[in-house]
Design a protein. Sequence first.
Length: 235
Amino acid sequence: MIKIESLTVQFGGVRPLDALEGEFTAPICGLIGPNGAGKTTLLNVLSGFVTPVKGSVALNDIALRGLSPTRRVAAGLRRTFQQELVVDELTARENIQAIADHISASRQDARDEIARALGFVELTGRADVLGRQLNLYERRMIEIAKTLIGRPKAILLDEPGAGLNESETDRLRRLLMQIPERFGAQLVLIDHDADLIASVCIETMVLDFGKLLAFGPTRSVLDDPVVRRAYLGTM
Ligand SMILES: Nc1ncnc2c1ncn2[C@@H]1O[C@H](COP(=O)(O)OP(=O)(O)O)[C@@H](O)[C@H]1O
Ligand SMILES: [Mg+2]
């Protein structure tokens, strides 16, 4: 469970988040809104890269304020970035290993967790391929595999579907739906693909210029005329 209370972020004259309130309780939650709405900023606050001027966030009732990004990882928080961070010179396995070295409880745990994560994203057969030889979809899968290491409690994904074709999006959808049950982690998903959001997210938060536009069961949120107006032409 991720709780957000009167959260305000200020960058000079810009307020990417303005008195935001809400609680993600469903196993898979959507976070949507037009470009510049503040979605990535919210992930940055949750993961500890941006300090709010006001308000607080909590993961499963643990207050995150004052914890460094590393401490938040230890608390079970994981995220991906809009720009993926796969290292070209490392193999698929080594990219995941680099994370496991930091957070797995033991070497044996690391080996088991890496094998499980690679298997889950269906890249076992590509484990020894260098990052630079992986295609966009495979690189996205490596990024997701990295979040599955070390018993995550919540995983925040920043546009994992961007640039994927239809069949890749279908594969992504199938995997995302299994994460809460298979890995015991809550998922928060940012994406511009309303069909993907509608098919995997039980509840969805809509941001617009840093403010909460709508929040609730995904279908009713996506059908909300106020939401549709904010998205005119993009969904
Ligand atoms: N580090 C920063 N410094 C100044 N402005 C920023 C910074 N990060 C984001 N912003 C601004 O905050 C707003 C929200 O950005 P962002 O959270 O990236 O939106 P989204 O992910 O919804 O597209 C935008 O107006 C953006 O230009
Ligand atoms: Mg963004």
